[in-house]
Design a protein around this ligand. Sequence first.
Ligand SMILES: CC(C)(COP(=O)(O)OP(=O)(O)OC[C@H]1O[C@@H](n2cnc3c(N)ncnc32)[C@H](O)[C@@H]1OP(=O)(O)O)[C@@H](O)C(=O)NCCC(=O)NCCS
Length: 235
Amino acid sequence: MRHHFTRALTGWFQGPWPWALLAATRNQYLLPLASPVTALHHFRRNHFALAGVCGLFCDMAFRIHDSVVGGQIIRATEADLPVISNLAGVIWRACYPSIITREQIDYMLARMYALETMRGEIQSQGIRYERLLVGNEFIGFASHGPTEQPAVFKLHKIYLHPDWQGRGLGSLLLQHCEREAGMLGARRLILAVNKRNTKAIATYQRNGFVITESVVTDIGNGFVMDDYIMAKNLP
Ligand SMILES: CC(C)(COP(=O)(O)OP(=O)(O)OC[C@H]1O[C@@H](n2cnc3c(N)ncnc32)[C@H](O)[C@@H]1OP(=O)(O)O)[C@@H](O)C(=O)NCCC(=O)NCCS
């Protein structure tokens, strides 16, 4: 046992590590002893180093806070579409039974969230999907894209898992979409929302959207979408 320990210790001293350690700690321990002036410089340098380290930790803490509490928004790729479609099913079945019938939910999910449909939106309609993550958990998504009118974009979808609603994360995602659309040239963002979806309407109003129209759209199979069109001018 002793033999192993001695061998490990002599091996360590024969390697580069003691010299690296000496070089790293030289300024720390030896220089301040040379003169008061050097000691002062040493203190100042370490002071700044300390501030730098504190800054780094603060920055890390804020990043962790943002990703854990504030959520992180990442552009979705086509590979993400299956998980988006699954999450849509979970959210619609939890949130919409008080607004539309279960038959209409199934019908609309099948129409709007078929992978082919979503792929087509990305590939040929300029629609972007954004994913909202809290930590590593995928908890919501939104999609937006251009319309036939110049500088007018449409927010097609915005959905949060029920466990994460009512914490300001929907607004975070909405504001992200506004910024993204703005960067793509939008001056106005429009959306359609079911007239009975009071919670979503309140979120949009809180974020500066106003009701501009009331529309009833026949979507086939005896179903209609009874919506308000809401709009917001972007800065
Ligand atoms: C509509 C939806 C996206 C809104 O997202 P949300 O996170 O629930 O809504 P908000 O961002 O407006 O959350 C605000 C609420 O969180 C509270 N809140 C807590 N912390 C907050 C914060 N840091 N910032 C803002 N609000 C905060 C607010 O007080 C507000 O509560 P209130 O409604 O009781 O006044 C979401 O509810 C949802 O996915 N609904 C089901 C699907 C749906 O209807 N989608 C819309 C289709 S058109």
